[in-house]
Ligand binder design. Sequence first.
Ligand code: 5GP
Length: 141
Amino acid sequence: MTAYDDSNIFAKILRGEIPSHRVYEDDHAIAFMDVMPQAAGHTLVVPKSPSRNLLDADPQALTQLIPVVQKVAVAAKEAFAADGITVIQFNEPAAGQTVYHLHFHVIPRIEGVALKPHSGTMEDPAVLAAHAEKLRRALAR
Ligand code: 5GP
């Protein structure tokens, strides 16, 4: 398997080298808005520990990460008045992965509304900022 490369965009976000609309951080993970959301409120949950994807992740890191995925999913359902939440996680290019630092997509779903394409269109930063604020408020409750 290809080795982890810390020049990927999420490693840069974790190091604070490039901006993101961050909604959550603890000792093990951060969560921030996806810049090309597949639905309003599309959020990425990213562990601080380095791994390319699920296939090379430390199982201990996964035990710390999944509760954050759950926390963000519950808050996103409330913040975006969603009917459901889709959680997606891609491993390697053949499976659709484009950024090689493990992450879980948390996507609020409205009944009958299809997902937009993966890595499709850049969202207006003002919209992302407003969505991030909504989600932060729900996470704080
Ligand atoms: P993957 O295909 O690796 O599962 O998903 C990568 C995700 O990262 C895509 O949904 C894409 O829209 C998102 N993305 C790519 N570049 C950036 C970026 O610079 N900032 C943020 N916040 N999201 C990004």
